[in-house]
Design a protein around this ligand. Structure first.
Ligand code: HEC
Length: 131
């Protein structure tokens, strides 16, 4: 009984609730955006720039290892790996302000693509980060 109560409490925790409703933004991405490709994919200089931008703007919530902090989602998840470049670009531009993800429309397009090129170099959850 105690265990049941603990489980119930756990499933009602804000983190669990947040986890249950993350990913719904993907349904809002228009088809045209969904199909876009990152022009900087695999380009060393752009990836290095994206890494710096990521560390400057994103680590407070998503962590240096991009595993997410305090209930914010990991950016190395299966969902993010399956999302298209265009999905991620849309999310970065618009954010999901009601769920705590700020829009990054103040960054130039080029910088948002650089961040995505960097995200694409990250290992899946469970694999070590490169130095
Ligand atoms: C103030 C905290 C905060 C900052 C800073 C932040 N994010 Fe987020 N981010 C969130 C939250 C909260 C969510 C979950 C939103 C949702 O579920 O719709 C999220 C979701 C995301 C998602 C979708 C994740 C998923 O699994 O659905 C991506 C991609 C993302 N953020 C990328 C970034 C990038 C790149 C930056 C830096 C440019 C950044 N975020 C900065 C809080 C933040």
């Amino acid at each position: 009984m105690k265990r049941f109560a603990a489980l119930l409490l756990l499933s009602l925790s804000p983190v669990a609730l947040l986890a249950a409703v993350t990913g719904t933004w993907l349904r809002r991405v228009p088809e045209e955006d969904h199909r876009r490709h990152d022009p900087y994919l695999g380009q060393t200089t752009a990836i290095a720039a994206g890494r710096q931008l990521f560390q400057h703007n994103c680590t407070p919530c998503h962590g240096f290892d991009a595993m997410g902090r305090y209930g914010r989602p990991s950016l190395r998840s299966v969902r993010i790996r399956r999302a298209t470049d265009g999905d991620l670009a849309w999310m970065l531009q618009h954010g999901d302000p009601f769920k705590g993800m700020p829009p990054w429309s103040s960054l130039p397009d080029q910088q948002r693509w650089q961040i995505i090129a960097y995200l694409r170099t990250l290992p899946p959850i469970g694999k070590p980060m490169p130095r």
